[in-house]
Design a protein around this ligand. Structure first.
Ligand code: SF4
Length: 215
């Protein structure tokens, strides 16, 4: 395996030419509530759709107290066409209600508290911890899981195992940034099917584990 830091720096350099993921860009405003809601919307949804729907929704309700007053039917209409919009509307409503009733409208910054919200998994919790509260955490989504295994950094079948295996090989100073880098890289270079290995900046370091065909 090549030097992990060197590989991350090379990927970061190549990823500069790509758009950063919507939720990462949104986090620059430091509003954990909007980041949380956009994370929920983004699950199994393309980034462009998440961006459009989130903007539409936040034009109507951008804090928990306003969101809390929206009827479920209105919320459903506002977030259509994200995937699973009916279920996500309910999740957003339930999370918002708890935030208003139990947390004075603020998003908690302890992982255990975040995970206690229905609809919030480790991926969302770690993203929030890192981007909004600057607590080092590796957010492992499908891109991070796939690329880490292809590179040979980890050898895992499940996202949960990948998170812990990555903690052992990735320097802590990169934990927060890793998701945004690998999501961009995974959308444009190390794509799920037939990755573009011929123009990949880390080709010489990559073990290409599980790759049957590349471009
Ligand atoms: Fe992905 Fe291919 Fe680059 Fe390895 S060489 S990181 S498999 S695109």
């Amino acid at each position: 395996m090549g030097n992990v830091t060197e590989i991350i720096k090379l990927i970061a350099n190549q990823a500069k030419t790509f758009n950063i993921p919507y939720v990462t860009a949104l986090a620059q405003d430091r509003d954990p509530y909007r980041v949380l809601i956009s994370c929920i919307l983004s699950l199994r949804t393309k980034d462009k759709v998440t961006a459009r729907v989130s903007s539409n929704l936040f034009r109507v309700a951008d804090d928990p107290y306003v969101m809390h007053k929206l009827k479920l039917s209105v919320l459903r209409k506002l977030i259509y066409p994200v995937g699973f919009y009916r279920n996500k509307a309910k999740v957003i409503r339930d999370i918002t209600t708890r935030l208003v009733n139990e947390y004075d409208g603020r998003v908690p910054h302890a992982r255990a508290e975040l995970l206690a919200f229905k609809g919030v998994g480790r991926k969302t919790a770690n993203l929030l911890l890192g981007l909004c509260f600057k607590t080092p955490a590796i957010c492992v989504d499908t891109h991070v899981h796939r690329i880490s295994n292809r590179l040979g950094w980890v050898r895992t079948n499940y996202v949960y195992d990948t998170e812990h295996a990555l903690e052992l090989v990735v320097p802590k100073c990169y934990w927060i940034r890793l998701n945004a880098l690998l999501v961009s890289f995974g959308q444009h270079v190390c794509v799920p099917i037939s990755p573009y290995c011929s123009c990949c900046t880390v080709n010489r370091f990559c073990k290409k584990e599980g790759i049957k065909r590349c471009r």
